[in-house]
Design a protein around this ligand. Structure first.
Ligand code: HEM
Length: 464
């Protein structure tokens, strides 16, 4: 049985930060680090640091709750709604239905997604070409948030089945407010989590205004989409099966209004935007950082691209099977960037046992994958960016399952395949078109935030 310890650190279950005193946890507690919750809200927190502890605890149904304190709760109007912070029947039904239905409409199926991603990458290249300027072969471009709008437009197409001209203002505003949300940082959110009342006293200084503005904008756009589709289907019911998630959701509202109602759609829509945009965007920014810092890695990937598509055709997700080095690069990017290093906090739904520890009901359960991904015994030279560690003796991909960025069990990340397809297709098509370089290597550590992401840097984009 573990004793709860007083922590020297102000805890923060919001966003991604470094549990630098995690090595205390390692030395004293082995693979689980238990500390007293912050006295102000008398919460208990547990930080899991080994793969075995994460796998065992996170797959236990007693750990399937979420932390809905402070802003997490405000975001969902303190109701049990959506996927990411809901629990019980609402969580299970909304999550299962959403991802099953998205799959029917092409989500995670590479052929359909390739089409959506091609549209998004074309607009990304138009943006880059504009920044390079007419008649020039290369230009220096700020990489920060470069991918946000294309990624947003992919998830928008997955939900609504379209990318119409009339959607552009909504996508634009979601993108702008999303950028503000990401830039608002976690410092304030961490304080709000510890002292919830402060969000009402210093909403501006703590970034709370910007964050709530983003959530409210998502809800407004999601609500409009729901109501427009509802009135369209009322006046002219569908002659055949729905063709996108939005129509399918609205159509179900007459048979199961407990799940298929406007509020639940709004939060599910918000969860999909929040879940996919900042994560994939930070991951791709990190990938670009590692490419410019390691030109030989970029050349090897480009070589594999030329081998599978010598005529410059748009790659398919299935091409990755002939590109082990490129796949190894993506795995190594997960290991080094750890964009969701602390995962998304869970909450114990009841008392449960892990080894000799009793994890009490309502304990907030967090992870620190840094200790695992930087473990010298496991990785040998974890400080180096070395995709070859995932390449076997015969040039095959090995140890892919040692990457645990998408977590474990039934409450793991449901967007893993989607994220992998988007990253592979966007990045390879970018490298087909541009060579990336820097004069001076930017800093390679990640900056804390909603996700971990590179410190802002610029790269030279040269047309191939
Ligand atoms: C590099 C990209 C991504 C990473 C590293 C990542 C990682 C994670 C992690 C660690 C969790 C917490 C899982 C847990 O509690 O055990 C999570 C949850 C979630 N992710 Fe992702 N994710 C990524 C991309 C995406 C995408 C593209 C989507 C949607 C299309 C998405 C949707 C979600 C949702 C809805 C949840 C909440 C699941 C639930 O509570 O049941 N994620 N993600």
């Amino acid at each position: 049985m573990a004793t709860y310890r007083k922590s020297s650190r102000l805890g923060n279950s919001f966003g991604q930060s470094d549990f630098r005193n995690g090595n205390i946890g390692r030395k004293i507690w082995g693979n689980i680090f238990i500390k007293d919750g912050i006295k102000m809200d008398s919460r208990k927190e547990v930080v899991l640091t080994s793969k075995e502890a994460m796998q065992t605890v996170l797959t236990n149904e007693a750990a399937f709750g979420r932390d809905t304190s402070g802003m997490f709760g405000d975001r969902v109007m303190h109701k049990n709604l959506g996927i990411a912070t809901s629990e019980g029947e609402v969580w299970e039904k909304t999550r299962n239905w959403t991802f099953r239905t998205l799959r029917e409409f092409g989500f995670g199926k590479s052929l359909d997604m390739e089409h959506f991603i091609q549209i998004a990458s074309e607009s990304l290249f138009a943006d880059i070409d504009l920044k390079i300027g007419n008649g020039k072969n290369s230009g220096i471009i700020d990489v920060e948030l470069l991918f946000n709008t294309p990624i947003l437009s992919i998830i928008w197409q997955m939900v609504t089945g379209r990318l119409a001209l009339e959607d552009k203002p909504d996508i634009q505003i979601l993108s702008e407010k999303g950028d503000g949300f990401v830039k608002s940082g976690i410092f304030g959110a961490g304080i709000v989590n510890a002292f919830p009342v402060l969000r009402f006293i210093f909403p501006k200084a703590l970034g709370y205004d910007v964050q709530m503005d983003y959530f409210n904008t998502c809800n407004k756009v999601g609500g409009n989409l729901f109501r427009e589709t509802q009135s369209r289907l009322k006046s002219s019911p569908l002659a055949s099966q729905p063709t996108n998630l939005l129509e399918a959701f609205v159509q179900n509202s007459s048979t199961d209004p407990k799940i298929f109602n406007c509020e639940n759609f709004q939060i599910m829509f918000q969860d999909l935007l929040l879940g996919s945009t900042d994560t994939s965007s930070s991951y791709l920014e990190a990938a670009l950082l590692f490419l410019v810092a390691n030109p030989e890695v970029q050349e090897k990937i480009y070589h594999e691209i030329l081998e599978v598509a010598p005529n410059g055709r748009f790659l398919n997700f299935s091409d990755r099977k002939s590109m082990p080095y490129t796949q190894a690069f993506f795995l190594e990017t997960h290991r080094k960037a750890r964009i969701l290093q602390n995962s998304v906090p869970r909450r114990a739904l009841r008392d449960f046992q892990y080894k000799e520890y009793t994890i009490k009901k309502d304990t907030v359960i967090m992870c620190d994958t840094r200790l695992y991904f930087e473990d010298k015994e496991r990785w040998g030279d974890p400080e180096l960016f070395r995709p070859d560690r995932f390449i076997g003796e015969n040039g095959e991909l090995v140890n892919a399952s040692s990457i645990i960025s998408f977590s474990f069990g039934k409450r793991n990340c449901p967007g893993e395949l989607h994220a992998n397809i988007v990253a592979f297709l966007l990045l390879t098509s970018l490298l087909q078109r541009y060579k990336l370089s820097v004069e001076e290597t930017p800093r390679l550590d990640m900056r804390p935030g909603m996700t971990l992401k590179p410190y802002p840097f610029k790269a030279m984009f040269t047309r191939r």
